[in-house]
Design a protein around this ligand. Sequence first.
Ligand code: BES
Ligand code: ZN
Ligand code: ZN
Length: 484
Amino acid sequence: MHLSLQRHPIEKVESAVLILPVFEGRREDRLGLGELFDSGEIAGKPFEMTLLHNVPGIQATRVLAVGAGKSGKFTAAELRRTIGAAIRHLKSKSITEAAVWLDSPHDGVDYVSAAVEGAILGEWDAGRYKTDKKPSKAVERFIVALAGGGPHLEAAVDRGRILAEAQNFSRDLANDPPNVLTPLVLAGHARAMAEEFGLDCEILNRDRMAQLGMGSLLGVAIGSAAPPALIVLRYQPATVSSAAVHLGLIGKGVTFDTGGISIKTADGMEKMKYDMAGGAAMIGAMRAIAQLKPAIPVTALIPAVENMPGSRAQRPGDIVTSMSGKTIEVINTDAEGRLILADAITYAQSLGCTHLVDAATLTGAVVVALGHYNVGLFANEDALRERVMLAARSEGEKMWHLPLEDDYKEYLKSVYADIPNVGGRYGGAITAAMFIKEFADPTPWVHLDIAGTAWLDDAKPFMAKGPTGMPLRTMVRLAMDWQP
Ligand code: BES
Ligand code: ZN
Ligand code: ZN
């Protein structure tokens, strides 16, 4: 998508469509919209679309009045969604160019970035393997137009582009079918991205992981003919301060989760291709971090495996020894995410990471608890939790703090090993987090269970069905806002 910034009066904006956000309870008088407000045809309700032709006195060929809700609640996150919806609407009408008009006070850097992000995110769809694509169904040029605006707006356009392109890159990875996107192919994408954007990349193979004692991760991988990989991406700021902050981002990279011997039912199993969405989000976050250059070092670690049944697969009852030395009784081979995260976390600690955040499509239980609207957030330290929550709020990626208390350890007892890989019937998202905590402690750590939020089953006005890219933007902001 070609992007530009125009500083003109509204009448002078040149584009095939001029998108104008209109607000609930606030009569819009410009561009001949007053009468439509009076008649009730336009109410300003979120995502309401009114396309007008031949509006007199303006350069733009058409006007798209797009409902934006209450103006007092119109945050940058709302603008991102509004523009996403407008672009998806125009795309369906084969319109290839659009400009958005931003009025004060909605014309600062955060709004300009969010408008660009909304356009690029709205452009994405899940049909890349369809062969009958109409080439014209894409908005190819997007203009942010405003009367004057403050400084740094060009940089804000650039930041929005970097973030949204990273997010779409991550969505493409999560959307790829599991026969195409195996662990080694995911590693190949990470390596190519690292080369393009100047990150250090190391891929640990099965032998190297065995040397390091990663029995928990390798136990999951053993049932698959596709070899595992531990992907490590490193960003180092140009001037390394002496402050000892080193952020580690860990993403679950199960390229397909059959459940293993504890096999899943057939219904909906095809969706388990997105069981690497946490890994894809962290790889995408590193793509943006490489370009936006935060002040702190960041390392991403993605344990990539396929969870398959078979004659060599791990069994319920197996006991594996993790890199940390702790032994784990594998009660259910479908609780594989926590097994691979455990070793990736221990490895992150051995690389010197001082703060850890993991993102994982970890449990069905978090979907029961929070539905599809909030990421389940768990933490063993308040300060890091607050940083992540703050970043999430600014990015409009909703997260809800769930408890991690020692009481729940009662649910995680094994007679035969140090810890079982599943708790009982209750609090499934919490016991999964408690399991990971055993490996993360004492390093400050936040766990994000994204099973309910990494994939949209039905399209939203502003976003296509399929992978969402969550929580990529929160991770990038977390790194960017961190002053060492
Ligand atoms: N990948 C699944 C979790 C999941 C479920 C992700 C639904 C997305 C949507 C995970 O590996 C899993 O199977 N978890 C089990 C854990 C159980 C065996 C304790 C689950 O949630 O059922
Ligand atoms: Zn599973
Ligand atoms: Zn899984």
